[in-house]
Design a protein around this ligand. Structure first.
Ligand code: SF4
Length: 330
């Protein structure tokens, strides 16, 4: 049976923003709206969507970098908001993050050895006398050995791919079970991306990690994900096993995303017409009522003024759309 590591229930993140000469106009950005999601041990869930979909905000909420406006996040059955003291430190050790820009996430004035030893000594998870051997193991685990070639050097002395391996090693230093990876390969050369993705896949299975993988790149998602969650303007619009999403997408927005990468979609290969949308995404301060996609959806109907709920399509696949079957181009 699947062991749940993270459960997100009715999560909302709303930011107030001010505009006008004296900041007199106050509006609310609905960055994340009513999202429910679970993440299991040894599972990769990919959060996908264009910029402004809310995936990064949700990822930050999972690692504790962003507070929810309402709703809750449970870590191994415990409400994260109710944690304090040692249980809160345990959460921060267990849930780690890998950022998009490995250079920006490493301190340029610290050697790699210092950067990797620091969390161990801060959290007292390893005795000082054993820290060097532990760092050596970490570097070996991410494919950087022999370690003496790396520990005394600074981040700028490495390539982008090596720096991302170092950032992954640092994320693993406290032996976490949950890793949130925010676009971890999008800043890397194409030739390096596969290596880093394979590394993450290997680490996931060796360490039984739960991997929450944030990406706008569907090619990468198809490669690494077990399950896919599609977000649009703060809402979860479709979720399911990776093959169901790529081969039988139901929600028109998912079809649009796949249509932009036609070689990935078997549905497209089966002569389904490409679904296209018009216009720009609405402002997150004024999302449309009802279905948030209705101002751009070619299938919008009167009923779409009523917000659709996630409908179970079977096999763990569900979609928030009033259409009965998968969308067909009009
Ligand atoms: Fe389009 Fe309506 Fe489905 Fe929204 S609910 S995606 S507007 S058909």
């Amino acid at each position: 049976m699947a062991v749940e590591t993270i459960r997100i229930t009715d999560a909302n993140v709303h930011f107030p923003v001010r505009s006008g000469l004296f900041g007199q106009n106050k509006r609310i950005v609905h960055a994340v709206d009513g999202v429910n999601l679970t993440l299991n041990e040894n599972e990769t869930v990919a959060l996908v969507g264009e910029s402004g979909s809310g995936k990064t905000t949700l990822g930050q909420a999972v690692v504790g970098l962003q507070k929810l406006s309402s709703g809750r996040i449970d870590w191994r059955g415990k409400d994260v908001d109710a944690l304090s003291g040692e249980s809160m430190r345990g959460f921060h050790r267990d849930v780690q993050v890998v950022f998009q820009d490995p250079y920006g996430s490493l301190n340029p004035r610290q050697t790699i050895g210092q950067a990797l030893r620091r969390p161990l000594l801060l959290h007292k998870t390893v005795a000082p006398a054993e820290a060097d051997a532990y760092v050596e193991d970490l570097l070996d685990r991410v494919g950087l050995s022999p370690s003496y070639l790396y520990t005394d050097n600074f981040p700028h002395e490495f390539s982008g791919g090596q720096r991302q391996r170092i950032a992954i090693a640092r994320a693993l230093a406290l032996n976490p079970s949950v890793l949130v990876a925010d676009e971890p390969v999008s800043a890397l050369d194409v030739s390096i991306r596969t290596q880093i993705l394979k590394l993450l896949q290997r680490l996931k299975s060796e360490l039984k990690l739960s991997l929450l993988f944030l990406s706008h790149d569907l090619g990468v998602v198809r490669f690494i994900a077990d399950r896919v969650v599609v977000m649009y303007l703060g809402k979860l619009v479709e979720t399911g096993p990776v093959d169901a999403i790529f081969d039988h997408p139901h929600h028109p927005y998912t079809q649009v995303l796949l249509g932009a990468a036609p070689s990935l979609s078997r549905a497209r290969a089966h002569n389904r017409e490409r679904v296209t949308i018009v216009g720009e995404p609405p402002k997150p301060t004024a999302p449309p009522s009802g279905c948030r996609f209705r101002t751009r959806c070619p299938f919008a109907m009167d009923i779409c003024k009523v917000e659709p709920v996630l409908k179970d399509l079977g096999g763990g696949h569900s979609s928030a759309c009033h259409l009965d079957g998968p969308a067909l181009a009009p």
